[in-house]
Design a protein around this ligand. Structure first.
Ligand code: NAG
Ligand code: NAG
Ligand code: NAG
Ligand code: NAG
Ligand code: NAG
Length: 366
């Protein structure tokens, strides 16, 4: 009897040991998410001053239990939809929400975190004047630096290096920087502004790499000249071409930057760049192929194209019923349905939509 028990104990110890080895060898893919409102899952709920908020209905009306979570969407946003394509049910919570409970912080942080903040950009000043308070990309990266330190304290440097090298870093940013450009206040020509954006983006990516990030799923800037907010102000009859051109220029330079740094400086970097510009334009040019009926007006908002004000209950906005048939949820952001289409495209799409590989090819192979 005693022998059998001993045997059982040692067998279970072996299994325990194997499962630890296994867990270290092939951790579940963790996600760390950075950027702006396209991927903010509630960071800005923790900023007292900010005016970039989505914490009231109708935001979240199609989220489970119709909860407004801070996502700028009727339901899930791109952070959720991208992570779902990898087989994870839920995208990681805001880093700022994990900080609220120190007793669970260490356990939760190992599964990933979301640092993205609505209204923010690559540059430290982007969004500050319009929205009063945002977390710029550089600060998001610094916050991740504290997380990396926490990992190291918990797991030691080697296991941290291994875990982070297998994690996927999603970055979706740049649109607010382009929308915020003002030659008068920045004192920079468009060309110089663009190169300052690329240099700053470069340094943020380098910082992430130096903290251990290796796999990057990066989302470019969509045709911002087509969003109802911009069209409401500048061109009701169609997209604002100069802004779209600005977006295309940004995306082209970003592609060159990523090619360059991944082959010369950050040689272990593996990346996939999602072309949200092409993807959105495809929907605009052929909406019915995607089951979309309304590409001009936002579902929720006020004024021409529902583009005059954000989607917030205090403004008593108008709200569409058939939300899955709309390209735009509010005056800037896509609907849950369109972010799902985007995620599907980035995950499994051809090089027209995601380059040099697709997001699925970033994942660890089992
Ligand atoms: C995480 O790391 C930061 C920076 O090193 C530190 O201030 C903080 O106390 C750590 N948190 C935990 C829960 O260890
Ligand atoms: C640019 O900045 C100047 C100076 O603050 C301001 O007067 C002007 O309205 C701004 N232009 C735009 C398009 O925001
Ligand atoms: C406004 O929209 C029309 C129709 O698409 C387009 O021809 C025109 O170039 C646009 N104007 C600007 C400034 O982009
Ligand atoms: C590529 O990177 C190198 C080293 O960082 C730099 O000197 C060069 O100007 C870059 N080229 C382009 C096209 O960005
Ligand atoms: C994209 O991903 C799928 C797997 O999801 C893969 O089979 C396919 O080869 C990839 N497509 C391209 C063009 O790389």
């Amino acid at each position: 009897m005693a022998k059998i028990c001993e045997l059982l104990v040692s067998v279970s110890l072996v299994f325990h040991y194997l499962s630890i080895v296994n867990a270290i060898d092939i951790p579940p893919p963790s996600f760390f998410i950075f950027g702006d409102s396209t991927v903010d899952v509630g960071t800005n709920n923790f900023l007292i001053q900010t005016e970039a908020r989505a914490d009231s209905l109708p935001n979240g009306i199609d989220y489970p239990y119709s909860v407004p979570t801070g996502r700028f969407s009727n339901g899930l946003n791109s952070a959720d939809q991208i992570v779902r394509q990898f087989g994870s049910a839920k995208s990681p919570p805001p880093f700022l929400s994990l900080l609220q409970d120190m007793s669970t912080f260490k356990k939760n942080i190992l599964q990933g975190a979301n640092f993205a903040s609505g209204g923010s950009g690559i540059l430290v000043d982007t969004g500050r004047e319009i929205y009063k308070e945002v977390v710029p990309l550089g600060t998001q990266v610094q916050q991740f630096g504290t997380v990396q330190a926490n990992f190291t304290e918990i797991m030691g440097p080697e296991a941290t290096r291994l875990a982070l090298s297998k994690s996927i870093f999603i970055v979706s940013v740049g649109g607010n920087d382009l929308l915020d450009y003002n030659e008068t206040t920045s004192g920079l020509s468009k060309l110089d502004y663009m190169s300052s954006l690329q240099q700053t983006y470069h340094s943020h990516l380098r910082d992430l790499y130096n903290l251990g990030a290796r796999k990057f799923g990066i989302v470019g800037v969509p045709p911002i000249g087509c969003c109802p907010a911009v069209r409401n102000a500048l061109n009701l009859s169609g997209c604002v071409e100069p802004l779209n051109e600005f977006a295309r220029g940004f995306n082209t330079q970003l592609e060159i930057l990523l090619q360059n740094i991944s082959s010369t400086e950050l040689t272990e970097m593996k990346y996939a760049l999602g072309n949200s510009y092409e993807m959105t334009l495809d929907i605009i040019n052929n909406p019915s192929a995607f089951g979309i009926n309304e590409i001009n007006s936002a579902c929720c908002g006020q004024g021409d194209l529902n583009g005059a004000s954000p989607c917030l209950d205090i403004d008593n906005p108008s709200l569409c019923v058939n939300r899955d048939e709309y390209l735009f949820w509010d005056r800037i952001h896509p609907t849950e349905r369109v972010s799902e289409i985007a995620a599907l495209t980035f995950h499994g799409g051809r090089t027209k939509y995601v380059t040099p590989m697709n997001f699925s090819q970033l994942a660890p192979t089992f």
